[in-house]
Design a protein around this ligand. Structure first.
Ligand code: ATP
Length: 459
């Protein structure tokens, strides 16, 4: 718990070091949109690659897709989003700001250490709870809200070239439907046998009532989703398996298990057989990182009903026909980036009295794997040679500006696990020093062995 730092420090570091900038910043920004900078995009891509490796590459029965963001509107009728993808919103009568009733209660409960099943509350119960506890508007501090109303979170837009032929279409609020509508295509082209999975990484959009906490909740975000199709009887087994896989993945990108916990849903959707989240201890308290759901045969059954297409699977051995059940694992990539940033952030007190900020990313997700630093400018020719060589196989960076100590600090702040220093001995005997980010210890390594040294240490 002592690792948790103030979110503001992380936001400032992200801005200052090129992880994440405010969206459209030169125009004064656009609320709750964020742009990943040169270091941030590497971190995010490495997290996506690690996810894909675990859930597609290293899985014998999972396949990837990259479906369109814009889908036939009937998809959202079938999925239930048109009718009920909404959050309970209320407006502050005093300052006219809009809020999510469940979030107001959750924030209040977190502050007062109250554990409660907010997702199981009805609109009336939420309304009463807010009045009873005099929960205040986070903007103006008054407790004077309008009645709770449902607010649909889907962003709509229009398609068509003439005004009268315009059809409303939606920016997808989740990537999952891209996997469901391609169930038959993937099964046919891969000749996969149930059980098998379909994975996708892509953008999703939600007109959130109360976005915030940096990239925790935004209106545009990326999801990494995996739908696993199985027989009904195997649902429980695979649900447990995906809970474990999701947990292992969170640990593999550096999250401390002490900052992770499972949380069963208190209220299940009518079609769901089981549902839980993995929560992470963010600076603002325990909050959802990802969800794992046993969704029964609901998704494919609904698409069969709305599209008229037979979504049954024919078991080639038993000749049985059935609509597979779905175990869903869904994680917000940006939310995971935030958790990884929070976990990695550290302020260390050094012996000389200085404080160093260091990002302890696990090396395989660190933005740069190695930095090449000539001790003095007149060593830059040799240093550039080494840098060019390393660039062939590693995301590497080069820095010759300022004292070596300052340059080490800069690399610490972006979490570069290894700094290679070119000094006068390098010219003499073709060796370099390799400094470890976490221990700050240095090894003397032959240039010929450098690549192997890095490969062995980047896990
Ligand atoms: P929340 O309760 O936090 O709004 P949710 O339960 O609606 O999330 P899901 O629909 O299950 O979320 O989405 C799956 C995952 O996508 C979440 O676990 C989260 O990591 C991510 N996610 C959902 N909404 C957002 C958002 N607005 N911004 C960033 N990530 C999001």
């Amino acid at each position: 718990m002592e690792k948790l730092e103030n979110l503001d420090k992380i936001v400032n570091l992200c801005k200052g070091r090129g992880f994440i900038f405010q969206g459209s910043e030169i125009y004064g920004g656009m609320g709750n949109t964020w742009d990943y900078g040169p270091v941030g995009v590497e971190l995010k891509n490495n997290i996506k690659k690690a996810w894909w490796k675990k859930f597609v590459q290293q899985s014998e029965n999972s396949f990837g897709v990259d479906a369109a963001i814009l889908m036939n509107s009937r998809v959202w009728d079938a999925s239930g989003h048109t009718a009920s993808f909404s959050d309970p919103k209320m407006d502050c009568r005093n300052c006219k700001t809009r809020h999510r009733a469940d979030n107001l209660i959750e924030d209040y409960n977190k502050k007062h250490d109250i554990e409660m099943a907010v997702d199981a509350m009805s609109k009336e119960e939420m309304q009463n709870y807010i009045v009873e506890h005099q929960i205040k508007c986070p903007n103006c501090g008054k407790c004077d809200f309008t009645e709770i109303k449902n607010f649909n979170l889907m962003f709509s837009t229009k398609r068509g070239v003439t005004d009268d032929s315009q059809d409303v279409i939606y920016l997808r609020p989740e990537t999952a439907q891209g996997e469901f509508v391609n169930f038959l295509n993937v099964q046919r082209t891969t000749r996969a046998k149930v059980p098998f999975g379909i994975a996708q990484i892509g953008k999703a959009f939600r007109n959130e009532i109360t976005p915030g906490n940096f990239i925790f909740r935004t209106i545009e975000f990326e999801q990494m989703e995996h739908q696993f199709f199985c027989k009904e009887d195997d649902g429980e087994k695979f649900y447990k398996e995906f809970k474990q896989k999701a947990w292992d993945f969170a640990k593999s990108v550096g999250l401390n298990p002490e900052h992770l916990r499972f949380k069963d849903h208190d209220k299940l959707a009518h079609y769901a057989k089981a549902a839980c989240d993995i929560q992470y201890l963010f600076p603002m308290g325990w909050s959802e990182l990802n969800g794992i759901h046993n969704r029964s045969a609901w998704d494919l059954s609904r698409h069969q009903e709305y599209s008229g297409k037979n979504m049954q699977y024919l078991d080639p051995i038993t000749n049985e026909r059935y609509i597979p059940n779905v175990i869903e694992y869904s994680i917000g990539c940006d939310r995971l980036v935030l958790a990884v940033l929070c976990e990695a952030y550290d302020e260390e007190q050094l012996e000389d009295g200085e404080t160093r900020i260091v990002m302890h990313f696990v090396p395989h997700i660190a933005p740069y794997k190695v930095a090449v630093l000539p001790l003095q400018k007149n060593l830059s020719e040799k240093a550039k040679e080494v840098y060019k060589d390393l660039q062939k196989n590693f995301m590497a960076t080069y820095d010759e500006a300022g004292s070596i100590g300052k340059r080490y600090r800069r690399q610490d702040e972006i979490g570069t696990p290894f700094c290679v220093t070119i000094d006068f001995d390098t010219i003499e005997n073709n060796t370099v020093t390799v400094r470890d980010r976490d221990t700050m210890k240095q090894d003397r390594v032959k240039i010929d062995d450098l690549e192997k040294y890095l490969i062995d240490n980047i896990k």
